[in-house]
Design a protein around this ligand. Structure first.
Ligand code: UTP
Length: 299
């Protein structure tokens, strides 16, 4: 049995260079899918999985994220006076209970592993989750909830995984796979962004992790990996063989919102999945696919 997983770390200190110029002054994690910023989906997923403490690892230019999860009395007053109750409810429910969200800073964007290491004092000596907001998952049961339930049986670390085309292995962390029951996979090794020819499998790690606190000791060595960055994958690889380590083929669909095509796809998929947006989104997609843009103002 793994200990209860109470804390989730959400690293949001990256530079978001693939989304420039949009991310020059706005954090990538504040880009909206339909009408909610990416970071809000990640926080909602963590809370829905039973997480009690959210730790955001921020950096310069990320103040908008802190403001998003804080009260906005002026806005509340205006919405109230205009009788916009639905909107008031929508902005009020974003704010977590006092004390449930903490912020720490990564002074330099030295890599994902380093960002997670920055949260060590706030996590303490217990298993914890990591969610990357730019990996958005559309699922009936939140992806992290599926993982925490699986971890209750397996113990140890769990990463959410999905199959990718072999020509894309150099974009992801890839598993070397042991026993595989079709849902849970024993992790024998992990390689960050291998060339397709060298990739030990096509099972890629997505931005959802349940990790043992021992990872902080490995991260603290500050070893540089792929791209000269301190990689989370490299420290996870050092845990293999010392405690159970599994990949979970989660049920749901993941969108890589760090890439433009993935972000666009997420907007379409999330709109199609929403009762209040489905009809409009279906009409737009059909009309554009038929090669004839709808009349101006018809959406
Ligand atoms: P990415 O690899 O997508 O990097 O980070 P990035 O800087 O955000 O974006 P690009 O590649 O330049 O376009 C994955 C996650 O890790 C966080 C990012 O904020 C993102 O949530 N991260 C990455 C950090 O917090 N610190 C880092 O040093 C690197």
């Amino acid at each position: 049995m793994a200990g209860r997983i109470r804390t989730a770390v959400l690293p949001v200190a990256g530079l978001g260079t693939r989304f420039l110029p949009a991310t020059k002054a706005i954090p990538k994690e504040m880009l909206p899918v339909v009408d909610r910023p990416l970071i809000q989906y990640a926080v909602d997923e963590a809370l829905a999985a039973g997480i009690e403490n959210i730790v955001l690892v921020t950096g310069r230019n990320k103040a908008a994220i802190e403001d998003h999860f804080d009260r906005s009395p002026e806005l509340d007053r205006v919405l109230e006076s205009r009788g916009k109750e639905r909107e008031l409810e929508a902005v009020s429910r974003i704010v977590p209970e006092a004390g449930r969200i903490s912020y720490t800073r990564q002074p330099d964007a030295l890599g994902l592993g380093h960002a997670v290491w920055c949260a060590r004092e706030l996590v303490g000596n217990e298993p914890f989750a990591v969610l990357l907001a730019d990996d958005l998952v559309l699922a009936d049961v939140p992806c992290l909830k599926q993982m925490i339930e699986a971890a209750a049986d397996t113990g140890g670390s769990i990463v959410a995984v999905e199959d990718v085309p072999r020509e894309h292995t150099s974009r992801y962390g890839i598993l070397d796979v042991g026993a595989d029951d079709g849902r849970l996979v024993e992790v024998r090794g992990l390689v960050e962004k291998p060339d397709p020819a060298d990739a030990p499998s096509t099972l890629s790690v997505i931005g959802r992790y349940v990790l043992m606190p021992e990872i902080f000791g490995h991260l603290g060595a500050m070893d540089r990996g792929a791209g000269g960055e301190i990689q989370l994958t490299d420290s996870m690889a050092k845990m293999i063989g010392h405690s159970p380590f599994h990949g979970l083929r989660f049920s749901g669909r993941r969108f890589d919102c760090g890439s433009k095509a993935g972000f666009l796809e997420a907007n379409i998929a999330f709109a199609l999945a929403r009762d209040d947006m489905r009809d409009a989104a279906t009409k737009l997609v059909r009309t554009y696919a038929a090669g004839a843009p709808p009349a101006a103002g018809s959406a």
